[in-house]
Design a protein around this ligand. Structure first.
Ligand SMILES: [Zn+2]
Length: 183
């Protein structure tokens, strides 16, 4: 079995969501969307914030996943997922926001503090890289790109699509990419 590369997943970034003080206010709502290489929207997530009694903030995600196979082939299913937010205070000041991974690992919550959550192709919930056993494309490619494209053409297309997007961005003299490290 070939591991899923993070590039084939939808990714939520706590730093990006927190921009403009969204999380600090502890209230609010919005919509996030993902586009393919042609600028067409492929997925979207509605989110809102809910303060908890303990003074924490819950990020609630609402989205539709596709069900594959059987009679329900290609039908949408509504998913609601609540993610606990955490903060740290870096030495240089300000507040850094994190997600607590909401997935259950071996009958207990994972709870890892991560800057990104991923929804893999065919998945139902956003979760951390460790829970989903995701690999980075560079590692993946070196190992078996041919194997991946043969065994999972859909995934291979998603990876290629992502790469084309990056090339387009680079050739149009786009901004230097500010990639966040993932922990
Ligand atoms: Zn996890």
């Amino acid at each position: 079995m070939v591991a899923t590369p993070v590039e084939a997943c939808l990714a939520l970034d706590a730093g990006i969501l927190a921009r403009g003080g969204t999380f600090l206010r502890g209230a609010g709502a919005g919509r996030l969307s993902w586009k393919n290489a042609f600028g067409q929207e492929v997925s979207s997530v509605l989110w809102d914030l809910e303060p908890t009694a303990a003074g924490a903030v819950l990020l609630r995600l609402r989205y539709t996943v596709r069900r594959w196979g059987g009679f329900e082939r290609n039908q949408g299913e509504e998913v609601v997922e609540a993610v606990r937010l955490q903060t740290t205070r870096p030495n240089f000041g300000g507040v850094r926001w994190w997600f607590a991974c909401p997935l259950a690992a071996a009958y207990s919550p994972c709870g890892r503090r991560v800057s990104r959550l991923y929804l893999p192709p065919g998945g139902r919930y956003f979760g951390c890289r460790t829970c989903y056993g995701l690999t980075y494309r560079s590692v993946q490619e070196r190992r078996s790109w041919h194997e991946l494209s043969r065994q999972n053409p859909r995934l291979a297309l998603a990876v290629l699509d992502r790469r084309v997007r990056r090339l387009v961005r680079r050739s149009s003299g786009g901004r230097a990419s500010a990639r966040h490290g993932d922990r």
